[in-house]
Design a protein around this ligand. Sequence first.
Ligand SMILES: Nc1ncnc2c1ncn2[C@@H]1O[C@H](COP(=O)(O)OP(=O)(O)O)[C@@H](O)[C@H]1O
Ligand SMILES: [Mg+2]
Length: 491
Amino acid sequence: MASGKGKSPVNTPPPEAKEVYDQAGKLFEENKFDEAIALYSQAIDKYPEYSSAYFNRALSYALQSQYEKATNDAMKVMDLEPNAPDAPYVMGVISEYQNDLPGAQEWYEKSLKNNPNYTQAKDRLKMLKEKMKGEKPGGRLKTAEGADGTQTVVEEGQIKKVAWFTSDMTFKDVIGMEKQKQIIHDNIVLAITKPELLRAYGKKLGLGAIFYGPPGTGKTYLVRAISGETKAKFIIMHINEIVDMYAGNTEKNLHAIFEQARKNAPCIVFADEIDALGSKREGEQQGNMRMAVNQFLQELDGVEKNPEGIFVIGATNQPWDMDPALKRPGRFGESIYLPAPKYRDRRDMFRYNTRKMPLSKFISFGRLARATWGFSGADIFDICDKAALKVAAEEDRTGRKRTIGMKDFMAIIKASGSSLDEWYGMVKKDVISKTETQIVEGKKQEIVKEGRLSPEEKQKYKPMIKDIKKNLNPVNVFVKKFMRFWAIYLF
Ligand SMILES: Nc1ncnc2c1ncn2[C@@H]1O[C@H](COP(=O)(O)OP(=O)(O)O)[C@@H](O)[C@H]1O
Ligand SMILES: [Mg+2]
């Protein structure tokens, strides 16, 4: 646990437990996370109150992306030492990796309340705030009824919390995607910053766009960059949060958002996870969903009739799950595909994400890019962050300062893998027709199951479907694994 802060009297492990614990720390330094976890567990068996062992096991789990186990251990630390800064600190880290940035901030602040000199929490909070600068609240939404949008307890008839954001990010922060950035510049950025230029050419000002692509490829990130480029405010509406179990509330929520947008033009209404609107997965709430979709369409019509300054951008990982009415051509202007990063982009992402880190002189960004063949931008961000976390945790334990080296990055790459590998498997049934063997009356039968996509959808989302198929192709899977293996273990 962090040196230099008060240890509570409970935490005095017997020597035989301490010995195993120290061995675990050495294994952690050698990047042998599984073995370290096994020894931390042994130390805990020998001394069930061993909060430092729980703490370090939580960190090891977090580095391996096993967040549920990491959380359990952090909770245990919280039980054993309720006033120590460690547990809230590691909870902050876990929240960050699960993309809950405001949650992470609360945890780090709690950690610092318990010990204002806890440097690790201080450093992470500083970095977090930097990261959140890309998305800072620019005021709360006041609903038509005058209710304060900051309200978090939602009762029947209330409007949910929605906040405005502004961003300091620009297109320079978005690695690669040059073609996409150009399209967005011509269709959205110009329409916001120089509407008179487009008007002079008789161009209709755009409605917005749909960003689609695998998870973690920068859809949300890109919206922040558009906001920064244009200085326009944006509302993030997470469809899942807007949809309300009470009949009528979802429509009210939607209407309030567009009402606010009209008052704040030019601005961007960002509908994240737009496939959740009208989703077939909702089952019982179909009726409610139908009305919500209708309301949304009505709002879009309003924007279409008077497009001055409101841009509606939708994002989805599964565009084919979108409600058919939303998919109709022209509804959203351009559909823009954001693919997983190519070699050069991955290399530049490693450079970008580590630009403020103390790196060893012997970093090969090319090799890092090859070792992460088929990883997403979000994966690469996490790898860089975890490598830094790992070295910081070591310094905390040993007191020795050092730079972050190739071995650290490789250890994290090996431990977490690509989030996309699994995702491609998950969407397989949606995009690919396949034969299934079924037993009918004791006999085996081959049955062809169609993918869920219509021919039009196949055409419309062609680049993404092509990428998914490519990534499921056994030859490609082999090449991808081989390239990674080669880069991780050999060169
Ligand atoms: N093109 C990119 N350039 C730089 N960073 C990126 C890029 N794409 C993704 N990232 C990183 O991945 C993180 C997650 O991306 P995000 O926009 O949330 O993905 P999505 O919304 O597509 O699921 C971003 O915060 C950023 O750190
Ligand atoms: Mg997103």
